[in-house]
Design a protein around this ligand. Structure first.
Ligand SMILES: Nc1nc2c(ncn2[C@@H]2O[C@H](COP(=O)(O)OP(=O)(O)OP(=O)(O)O)[C@@H](O)[C@H]2O)c(=O)[nH]1
Ligand SMILES: [Mg+2]
Length: 380
């Protein structure tokens, strides 16, 4: 008799995974290795690297939100966490994540309809679970619903999932501004039957100054809409209407491949730009709105030239808040591994590239977050 078993490797560094010797390459906790529910596994070293990246700007969360989340936790409620799948990676608040860790969570990965054609559902769930895991929040892969909030079928499925998971408890919906909570709740209201004696109301939540929408779920339980997690770390924050329209993605995103060389920069309109400070020529697979103008330049006086291009409105879309180089935040990312990676800008989009020891600098409007992660869309 013979037995075949698969040797699993770290998704990041490629080391063979083992849980016998923590001092050797590829060490991973035994329970994670044996769990079997995840296709992509990281050795502990790579996982820590991913998890404890230097934190960039975070959303500023009000005390009201924290009070409501604490209450939800105390009640052992189901938390429905709505994310905008196109751009959520840097939308998390560590204060909130510390609180929700260990709660019963259903993630609604919304705007799935904006993902490129052919996006794989299973891989997307895996990616979302990974991003939550990197934030210290465990979410079962089966508790990640891919959604288009406008769609009645989606609303039916999610409502059924909520009833299945809520265990007779209340439900709280949380998510960043523009994630799609209102659209989703409107769809719920269209498709669900209110069998209780109570009405849908919007009332001040006890202990806060916030008005909260409340939907009766049964005679004893209620669904509460927690106020938006602010998006002050997104490029969309404070952007004028005309430029917002150009940044905003409204149909399935299509990528553009652009190659940059060492000492070159690539503009993402007049919203942000990246510089290849060190490393061989690299192809960037860029996922941004179709109105985005990509332009390559030399990196000489790159910040000054970028500001000038914006002041002349020579690049579109542009962020009019950038009036001098002091209005730019700059991040440096050195990648060591030999694998595909994403670098993304909150609210704007992301690019994917083969990491081979490059050093990038990312210039963004002040206060905007960036992230560096395993790919959202796998390259076959
Ligand atoms: N393509 C697509 N767009 C969506 C989806 N859900 C919401 N939107 C759009 O995203 C934007 C934000 O949706 P809202 O439902 O208002 O989001 P919110 O989380 O309530 O955020 P607020 O604007 O703060 O109320 C709107 O322009 C919606 O039309 C979705 O599943 N797919
Ligand atoms: Mg809303």
């Amino acid at each position: 008799m013979s037995q075949i078993s698969q040797i699993r490797r770290c998704y990041n560094c490629g080391a063979v995974l083992q849980s016998s010797d923590p001092t050797k390459e590829g060490y991973i906790n035994k329970e994670v290795l044996e769990n079997g529910s995840q296709n992509f596994l990281f050795c502990n070293k790579c996982f820590e690297m991913e998890r404890f990246q230097p934190k960039t700007n975070e959303p500023v969360v009000s005390d009201d939100i924290l009070t409501i989340v604490k209450d939800a936790k105390k009640k052992d409620a189901l938390l429905v966490y709505v994310i905008n799948l196109f751009s959520f990676e840097a939308s998390f608040s560590h204060k909130i994540n510390e609180l929700i860790s260990g709660m019963n969570i259903l993630v609604v990965a919304n705007k799935y309809d904006l993902m490129p054609k052919g996006t794989n559902e299973e891989e997307t769930r895996e990616y979302v679970a990974h991003r939550f895991r990197a934030e210290g929040v465990h979410v079962e892969k089966d508790n990640i619903a891919l959604a288009n909030a406008f769609d009645d079928d989606t609303a039916h499925t999610i409502i059924a999932q909520i009833y299945e998971l809520k265990n007779g408890k209340d439900v709280y919906i949380i998510g960043s501004k523009l994630a799609g909570k209102t659209t989703l709740i409107d769809s719920f209201i269209r498709v669900y039957k209110n069998l209780s004696q109570s009405n849908i109301v919007s009332e001040i939540y006890p202990g806060t100054g916030s008005r909260v929408l409340q939907l009766p779920m049964s005679s004893k339980t209620t669904l509460y809409e927690i106020p938006d997690i602010p998006y002050n770390n997104s490029v969309l924050y404070g952007l004028d209407a005309a430029n917002t329209k150009k940044v905003y993605v409204t149909k399935p995103v299509e990528y553009t491949d652009i190659t940059i060389r060492e000492d070159e920069v690539l503009y993402f309109g007049g919203m942000a730009f990246i510089e290849l400070v060190e490393g061989k020529r690299t192809q960037l697979r860029c996922y941004f709105s179709e109105a985005m103008q990509f332009k390559r330049h030399s990196n000489k006086k790159c910040e000054e030239n970028f500001v000038k291009a914006i002041s002349k409105k020579a690049v579109k879309p542009y962020c009019s808040k950038i009036k001098s180089v002091k209005d730019l935040d700059v991040f440096e990312i050195k990648v060591t591994e030999s694998n595909y990676r994403d670098i993304g800008i909150q609210g704007l989009g992301w690019f994917n590239f083969l990491a081979k020891g490059q050093t990038f600098r990312i210039y963004v409007p002040m206060g905007v977050s960036i992230y560096n992660s395993r790919p959202k869309i796998d390259r076959k």
